[in-house]
Design a protein around this ligand. Structure first.
Ligand code: ADP
Ligand code: MG
Length: 260
């Protein structure tokens, strides 16, 4: 089935592991080009499973449409040009220089010279140029995460799915990564879907926030409308205040956990 709608549209997506249904009927969108969407939810809510389903990995049913085209109808190669998925954990690195690893992520999409230029650009954008000559096998967890991100953005996909892209990063690199996601969205029209546990980071950088619990979409909308003390209690089981700081940014003050 096709649709005239632009952007990313997800209809009744269901994802299972064997007979275990994790995501039952997830619908979202259309998410317009250039949007950054943060996917929030407690552990085991099905966030990673959902991202894998959107990426077309594993056993999924339903529709994922981009600019009206059902991605399931595309060949693997064509789909991989449109949608790139960065998993939550990275495979152990091999003894390959980082720049080579980043270039290999876009081999087949462009020539070697263009790939090298894009590779250095991607690392610079993430503030990780210093890693380019290091061996993948000798990186820290956070450095490995930065390289995985460079490998994802260098492909210049229409839809970028990032599973906890900031989980291993120090504060400076967390900001760099979210700024980079915003620049990709604004300048290239990329749709970025990022699973985040850091709610203040989502509030600061996402255009919209989607909340997943028990495999179901509980809410989707502007961050300020969605992230409320009630939502933090219902979704995370915490007692928290949502207040503006002296710079006008929304902050979350956690006062404790609630009995569940
Ligand atoms: N490979 C798997 N096989 C079976 N069940 C899985 C597998 N991966 C995840 N699950 C289950 O699916 C549910 C959602 O997991 P996941 O999508 O990883 O959650 P989240 O990313 O929100 O923490 C959990 O109950 C988890 O145990
Ligand atoms: Mg996960």
């Amino acid at each position: 089935m096709t649709s005239e709608v632009n952007g990313l549209l997800i209809r009744k997506l269901a994802v299972a592991y064997g007979r275990k249904k994790v995501v039952r009927s997830f619908s979202l969108g259309p998410v317009p080009r250039g949007a950054v969407l943060a996917l929030l939810g407690p552990n085991a809510a099905g966030k990673s499973t959902l991202l894998r389903g959107i990426a077309g990995l594993g056993s999924a049913s339903g529709e994922v449409l981009f600019d009206g085209i059902d991605l399931a109808r595309l060949s693997r190669v064509e789909r991989a040009k449109k949608i790139v998925y960065m998993p939550q954990s990275q495979p152990p690195g091999i003894a390959l220089p980082v720049i080579e690893a980043v270039m290999s992520a876009c081999s087949g999409l462009m020539g070697r010279e263009a790939a090298m230029r894009q590779g250095y650009d991607a690392l610079a954008q993430l503030g990780a140029s210093d890693l380019s000559m290091q061996l993948l096998s000798e990186l820290s967890g956070g450095q490995r995460q930065m390289v995985a991100l460079a490998q994802a953005i260098v492909r210049r996909p229409d839809v970028l799915l990032l599973d906890e892209p900031t989980s291993a990063l120090d504060l400076r690199h967390q900001i760099r990564v979210m700024e980079c996601a915003t620049v990709l969205a604004r300048e290239q029209g990329t749709i970025v879907l990022a699973v985040l546990h850091d709610v203040p980071l989502a509030l600061r950088y996402a255009d919209t926030v989607a909340v997943l619990k028990g495999g179901d979409l509980m809410a989707h909308g502007e961050p300020e409308m969605i992230v409320t003390p009630q939502m933090l209690a219902d979704i995370y089981g915490i007692e928290a205040r949502v207040e503006r700081c002296s710079h006008g940014r929304i902050q979350i003050m956690v006062d404790g956990t609630l009995a569940q």
